[in-house]
Design a binder for this molecule. Structure first.
Ligand code: CA
Ligand code: CA
Length: 154
């Protein structure tokens, strides 16, 4: 009886941990500088991979927050060639900078592997800072293996 109770408590703890992981997104901060002009683009690769606990990644979840108040909006485009036909790239833009609200969340289904992430801003040359929230998820919505590397910083 004691053992059964322990097992149930353990299962509950694991379930709670899983839900917590699902809600937590990784976060990547950065800035597009005025010096880089209107062409300023930051370029990252996010890798989604299977973990023993979660299994295979199905898609990348992402949204962005423009942390610089002002007219220029910050957006992100994610590209993956393994996605379904005509759905290999998605974009989301935070229309209001300087508040706590992120852009509309998007998911792009490319399975395990590399996702190209390009962050840009609209309007004239300006320094615009951002926070990118992202994580890979399984078909069940569980946090899968996620890593990021920055290839270009403007
Ligand atoms: Ca802004
Ligand atoms: Ca916002």
């Amino acid at each position: 009886m004691q053992l059964s109770t322990s097992k149930i408590l353990y299962a509950a703890a694991v379930a709670a941990l899983g839900l917590t992981q699902q809600a937590l997104a990784d976060d990547q901060g950065g800035s597009l500088t005025a010096l880089a002009g209107t062409k300023a683009t930051d370029y990252y690769i996010v890798n989604c991979f299977a973990t023993p606990a979660a299994g295979d990644a199905k898609h990348l979840f992402f949204q962005i927050k423009d942390t610089t108040a002002g007219n220029n909006s910050v957006g992100v485009t994610v590209i993956n060639n393994n996605g379904p036909a005509h759905d290999k790239a998605r974009t989301t833009i935070d229309a209001t900078g300087g508040d706590a609200v992120y852009s509309e969340a998007q998911t792009l289904a490319g399975g395990n592997g590399d996702y190209i992430v390009a962050i840009f801003h609209t309007g004239t040359a300006a320094t615009e800072s951002y926070s990118l929230a992202f994580h890979c998820e399984t078909n069940a919505g569980v946090h899968a293996g996620t890593s990021i590397v920055r290839l270009s910083n403007q």
